[in-house]
Design a protein around this ligand. Sequence first.
Ligand SMILES: [Zn+2]
Length: 230
Amino acid sequence: MYGYGYGSSYLLIIIGLVITLWASWYVNHNFKKYDQFASRRGTSGAEAARFILDQAGLQDIQINKVSGNLTDNYNPGNKTLNLSESTYDSTSVAAIGVAAHECGHAIQDQKNYAPMRVRAALVPAVNLGSNASFPIIIVGALLGMNHFLITIGIWLFALIVLFQVVTLPVEFNASGRAIKILSSGDLLDSDEVPMVRQVLLAAALTYVAAAISTALQLLRLIIIFGDNRN
Ligand SMILES: [Zn+2]
C-alpha cells in the first residue's frame, strides 16, 4: 500500500512539471512574439512607466534599469520600479505591457491593496517553510515516521502553497490595472491593447502553474505520509 501510494504519487510531480514547463514556454513565446511589435507611438518601457506613475501621483518613485531577462519588479521596500534592460529601452508592445504591469504593483502599494499586504506579511513564514519543511519531514521520517514532525513539515510546506495562492490576485490585479491604463489611449493605440493583454495573461499563467505545481507536491506529501499515522 505504501509502495503503491509512493509510486503513483510521482505522477503528481510530473504533471506539475509539465504544467510549469508549458507555462514558461508560453510566456516566453508570447513575450518574444509581441516584443517584435514596436508600438506606433514609439514610447519606451521606461517612458511609459514614468508617464503612468506620474499620472497616478507617484512622481517620487524612481525607475531603475536592472540586468537580466524578465527581471522586472516593483520593490515596495525602497519604492523603486526596476525594469530589465529589454523592457527599459524597448518600444515594443510587450515591453510597455510589462512596464505598465509593474506600475500596477506600485499603484497597489499606494492604494494599500489588501492582498499585497497579506502577501508581504506571509514572506517570513514562507521563507521558513521553504527552508525548514523538507528537513523537518526527513528528520521525522528518519525517526521512525514521527507523526508530529512530519505534520509540522507538511504544514510548513502548505504555507508555500498559501503564499502562491495569495500571489494570484496580486498579479491578476496588477495586470488588470495595466490593461485599463493602457486602454485609455495615452500610450497605445486600441488595436495594440489586445497584444498587451495576451502577454500579461501568459505571464499570469506562470503564477497559476507555480501554484498548481506546489499544490500537487503538497498533495503528494499528504499521500505519502498520510497512511503512516499511528
Ligand atoms: Zn507582477
